[in-house]
Design a protein around this ligand. Structure first.
Ligand SMILES: NC(=O)c1ccc[n+]([C@@H]2O[C@H](COP(=O)([O-])OP(=O)(O)OC[C@H]3O[C@@H](n4cnc5c(N)ncnc54)[C@H](OP(=O)(O)O)[C@@H]3O)[C@@H](O)[C@H]2O)c1
Length: 299
């Protein structure tokens, strides 16, 4: 009861000061692009926990939530993004897709500059600067890395104070890939490919720390605790789902694939993530029979 009274009093005091219970006078107002995505949702939630006022840019219109304002716009075409950064101090740019991230960054930077934001934060990918994308074969499979590097350059050349964090692949992406590949009775696995996936929640926490700190330029990479062969990642998933598939190594052509085989997408000296692939799978990829027996035993 006491805490209810305290809360009510505090809310009244804050209301009198023109703020909601979740907004501190010194908490910044932040635009998050990609705030509806896997990483973005986690970042938005942490920013709200830190009392920040959050604006989310999305291509789909949606209703505002407590302390979260949604604006509708498309960073690829620039449609609807005018004024999106107006009145915000920090922009956290997480919107991304398989291609065209350089263009998205350019359109966003124009708005951020117009609004005079004091910190632009960008999420990139480990290996963006080390995976050469020169041929059409490279582009078909690894064009994403080139577009992330292009976007990094747009951010660094924006004239705004900036921070870029490169992360390895999130477990959610590894899971989606494994689910799609497991549809095949025989799975072709790129020979010699290794990954060091990371928990998106840990990346989100680091991004928020960086966003609320001083602009740092290129921050140290963030990567998961272990490097796995691609076949090993897949086997972990198949085991968790009690599935049996034949895995067949397939050599991939091109310079970019060669760089990946040489580990250009890894950051073993930055294995700062704690949650493992096995822990993630235990939560997200249980076999249906496991869930049924747990439910039956009441556990
Ligand atoms: N997934 C990984 O393993 C990984 C690893 C390293 C770095 N990253 C980077 O981390 C960021 C987030 O990844 P994620 O996996 O969380 O992405 P995701 O779940 O696929 O979400 C993508 C987000 O980008 C927004 N978006 C895409 N195109 C847009 C456009 N044209 N205009 C405005 N918004 C657009 C989407 O918003 P709406 O659909 O609501 O418009 C959505 O919120 C990306 O920049 C990605 O490159 C990802």
């Amino acid at each position: 009861m006491q805490s209810r009274i305290d809360e009510t009093t505090m809310n009244e005091r804050r209301a009198a000061e023109g703020r909601t219970a979740h907004e501190r006078a010194d908490a910044p107002s932040i635009l998050v692009t990609g705030g509806t995505g896997t990483l973005g949702r986690l970042v938005v939630s942490l920013l709200r926990d830190a009392d920040c006022t959050v604006r989310v840019l999305s291509r789909r219109s949606q209703g505002d939530g407590e302390g979260i304002e949604f604006v509708t716009g498309d960073l690829a075409t620039g449609e609807g993004i005018e004024g999106a950064a107006e009145g915000t101090e920090i922009v956290v740019h997480l919107a991304g897709s398989n291609k065209g991230d350089e263009q998205k960054a350019s359109n966003l930077v124009r708005e951020a500059s117009r609004a005079g934001v004091r910190h632009l934060v960008y999420i990139s990918v480990v290996g963006a600067d080390r995976i050469p994308v020169t041929s059409s074969v490279d582009r078909a499979m690894f064009g994403y890395f080139a577009s992330k590097l292009g976007a990094e350059r747009v951010v660094a050349g924006s004239g705004l104070p900036w921070t870029t964090l490169r992360a390895t692949q999130f477990y959610e992406l590894a899971l989606l890939t494994a689910q799609q590949m497991a549809r095949l009775p025989v799975i072709p696995v790129p020979a010699g490919f290794r990954f060091q996936p990371v928990d998106a929640g840990e990346v989100a926490a680091r991004l928020v720390e960086l966003a609320l700190g001083s602009p740092a330029g290129l921050a140290p990479d963030i990567a998961g605790p272990r490097v796995y062969g691609m076949a090993e990642l897949l086997r972990g998933y198949l085991r968790a789902r009690h599935l049996h598939r034949l895995l067949v190594p397939v050599p991939f052509p091109g310079q970019a694939a060669g760089a990946v085989r040489a580990g250009a997408n890894l950051a073993p000296d930055r294995a700062v993530g704690r949650r493992t692939w096995e822990e993630f799978l235990a939560e997200h990829a249980r076999a249906p029979s496991d869930s049924r027996s747990r439910a039956a035993s009441g556990n």
